[in-house]
Design a protein around this ligand. Structure first.
Ligand code: NAD
Length: 263
């Protein structure tokens, strides 16, 4: 018996089998959920379909989240096929590589608009389009990062986008709460994915992570998937508007703890 038996989840943001969205898809599937996918057209057919098939999923729809018509089509097709939606996962973000290194003060208006549109506004757009299929007990989940709160080198405009994403999640949580729909974020520590590789210096930061993190290990998409199971299940029935850290404890550090010297 799974924690998500009978639930139906639609997951935005699988690019490949390293994607956090894929870690979440596998975890929700293992707990009994039926999974559908939506990804940009460039990867939907070639990369996402085979992954979807491997967990018995037949729903794979292309969607660029900058396009309202494409978003509407995905949810119309979902409603026609499944009627309702229990779990909506937003696991996507984008900023140009040139905006993710160098000085933040050089961020252009276009870079700012693009990053905020794809990485933050899209949560509002997807949730809005999902309203007809969401119901009491449904859960919306988005992926964020600690740079929303504290300075992290090179995250630049993506840090601003994550602050906005978390604020969007709070407003949605308050507005949808009376209908019994919960909206939460997972703040994941660094994981090597396609998106992460666009951030200047990511490899170095990722390499040093396990020396600093209280749990002294790197993170996996399975770690995030496991947290998502809880947040998307009825076990989290009184939790909304929250940011849950899945970061090995890094967010509690004001300064890295020294290595133990055996004393
Ligand atoms: P990823 O590259 O696997 O996933 C990013 C996804 O965003 C891709 O599927 C990409 O196609 C999609 N995307 C980009 N622009 C899009 C658009 N216009 N329309 C639709 N989809 C679009 O990388 P990931 O690390 O799994 O990223 C997933 C989420 O997790 C992102 O929100 C990211 O910021 C967040 N996150 C990642 C880390 C990390 O270290 N990897 C840490 C914390 C949070």
């Amino acid at each position: 018996m799974g924690l998500l038996d009978g639930k139906k989840a639609l997951i935005f943001g699988v690019a490949n089998d390293h994607s956090i969205a894929w870690g979440i898809a596998k975890a929700l599937h293992e707990q009994g959920a039926t999974i559908g996918f939506s990804s940009i057209a460039e990867v939907a057919e070639r990369r996402v379909k085979p992954l979807a098939e491997s967990i018995g999923s037949t729903f794979v729809e292309p969607c660029n989240v900058q396009n309202d018509a494409e978003i509407a089509t995905v949810f119309e097709k979902w409603q026609a096929q499944y009627g309702t939606l229990d779990i909506l996962v937003h696991s996507l973000a984008f900023a140009g590589r040139e905006a993710l290194s160098g000085k933040f003060v050089n961020t252009t208006r276009d870079q700012f608009h693009l990053a905020l549109d794809i990485s933050a506004y899209s949560l509002v757009a997807l949730t809005h389009a999902a309203l007809p299929v969401l119901h009491a007990g449904s859960s919306v989940l988005a992926m964020t990062y600690y740079a929303s709160e504290k300075y992290v080198p090179n995250y630049n405009v993506m840090a601003v986008a994550k602050s906005a994403l978390e604020a969007c999640a709070r407003y949605l949580a308050v507005e949808l709460g009376p209908q019994g729909v919960r909206v939460n974020c997972i703040s994941a520590g660094p994981i090597r994915t396609l998106a992460a590789s666009g951030v200047g210096g990511f490899r170095t930061m990722h390499g040093k992570f396990k020396e600093v993190a209280p749990l002294r290990r790197t993170l996996t998409i399975e770690d995030v998937g496991n947290a998502a199971i809880w947040l998307c299940s009825d076990l989290a029935s009184a939790t909304t508007g929250e940011v849950l850290f899945v970061d090995g404890g890094v967010n509690v550090l004001a300064i890295a703890a020294p290595e133990e010297d055996g004393a």
